[in-house]
Design a protein around this ligand. Structure first.
Ligand SMILES: Cc1ncc(C[n+]2csc(CCOP(=O)(O)OP(=O)(O)O)c2C)c(N)n1
Length: 275
């Protein structure tokens, strides 16, 4: 159980990050805003409570690593990195515009604080396993965190990665599945069913935790359980809401990707303020 002040600190930060996602999306004309909203609470718990990082030293070798395997959520990751001080917030005024270092999917060679270039679904998960095993092979203590989309789990390479981790058992890796139940084309269970997702990972040798991915007590509890696990890699199925915080976006396939006019931006900010 988190102390009330700590829970509020994280909730307030998540609200501020969602507001920034709306503002950047408005400025750039469109983003994968639905999935950026669903992943936000997990990113906030990691970046503002658990990850051992130093924004002044993005190449510090012992830093914890973060891989956004669902790289299209990069707008949300960029907002967090700016807030953490990896670069100036005003750079995001040009997010995804010609000449900007920020594409829709973040490039680790162009954006400070990004540990892996992602965007082609199904690859970041495997990269995170390699990073975690690299720590073990070089005797380093850092942890690796990865966020995979549930629609991304339609990719075969996700299951090759799951199988590899079940074998090599990188216990310094914690994977979150952003289980918002929507992919690009509609509800995952209509497009191509994933359930029982927990049973699939279990059969590959993972310890599976299933939580409310918007409840900071649950997210933090899962991270601490994962830290204590010494035998198996841990996947946290974070049950989330696509478009979380913006009433007209929640659970709407149409808001996988979208842009905002003045009226929609104002309505979105009002909704987040109420959330
Ligand atoms: C290999 C690959 N195929 C297709 C795409 C296009 N694409 C971008 S997002 C997306 C759906 C992903 O769904 P999910 O992982 O559930 O994302 P979320 O709902 O969390 O935004 C697709 C198919 C891609 N980025 N990479």
């Amino acid at each position: 159980m988190l102390a009330a002040a700590e829970r509020k600190r994280l909730q307030d930060k998540a609200r501020a990050i969602r507001e920034e996602i709306v503002k950047v999306t408005y400025a750039c004309g469109g983003s994968h805003i639905g999935g950026a909203m669903s992943q936000t609470d997990v990113l906030v718990a990691l970046y503002y409570k658990y990850m051992r990082i130093d924004p002044a030293r993005p190449d510090w070798e012992d830093r914890d690593r973060f891989v956004l395997s669902k790289g299209h959520g990069g707008v949300g990751h960029a907002v967090v990195l700016a807030d953490k001080g990896y670069f100036e917030r005003k750079l995001l005024d040009d997010f995804n515009k010609t000449g900007s270092p920020f594409g829709m999917h973040l490039d680790r060679l162009k954006v400070r604080g990004v540990d892996a270039s992602t965007g082609s679904l199904g690859h970041g998960f495997g990269i995170s396993i390699g990073m975690a095993m690299g720590a073990r092979l070089t005797g380093r203590q850092f942890r690796v965190y990865c966020v995979v989309g549930d629609g991304e789990c339609h990719e075969g390479s996700v299951w090759e990665s799951a199988m590899a981790a079940g074998h090599f058992k990188p216990t310094n890796l914690t994977v979150f599945v952003d289980r918002n139940r929507f992919c690009l084309d509609g509800p995952t269970e209509e497009v191509m069913p994933l359930d029982p997702l927990d049973g699939k990972f279990e059969s590959f040798g993972w310890r599976v935790l299933s939580i409310d991915g918007h409840d900071f007590d649950a997210i933090c509890g899962a991270i601490e359980t994962a830290h204590a696990e010494t035998a198996r890699p841990v996947v946290v199925i974070a049950n989330t809401v696509k478009g979380k915080g913006v009433d007209f976006m929640e659970n709407q396939t149409a808001w996988h990707y979208g842009g905002l006019d003045d009226r929609m931006k104002a309505r979105a900010l009002e909704s987040i303020a109420r959330s």
